[in-house]
Design a protein around this ligand. Sequence first.
Ligand code: HEM
Length: 121
Amino acid sequence: MARSLFDKYGGFANISKVVMAFYDKALDSDILGPYFEDIDMRLLIDHQTKFIASVMGGPASFSNDALRQVHADLEIDRASFDEMSRVLGETLAEFGLKAEDVSLVIGEIQARASVIITVGV
Ligand code: HEM
């Protein structure tokens, strides 16, 4: 079902627009901005593209083990995780995803909370 969301909303051609919007919001966020302070901007865009494509069931999908490894040293707490989830949901809604499809994507994000959150658990 998640794969069809990626296709339904135009694949990578359209995802690039979502990425730009999400990128701006993440950097503007007082909570999320600091996580990306020392990160190469190309990496950030790459992250956002993979992030969105993976949670929409696109070809760039990651195992939980891979996600755990990538985020292990980032000290992500529940508040930051939820902020990421909120900002993504807001972006997807602005991008024209139906409310039920936004919920599906956010469900995919929330299902990975225990893999990403390493602080305060
Ligand atoms: C389900 C939720 C998430 C998914 C699916 C996800 C996905 C990813 C992926 C695939 C990468 C690796 C990109 C690459 O291969 O270059 C990555 C890196 C990264 N993620 Fe996430 N992410 C999630 C949540 C978060 C959250 C909540 C934060 C911070 C609040 C975050 C911050 C970062 C940072 C800073 C990197 C770069 C690490 C580095 O290159 O040193 N991610 N994420």
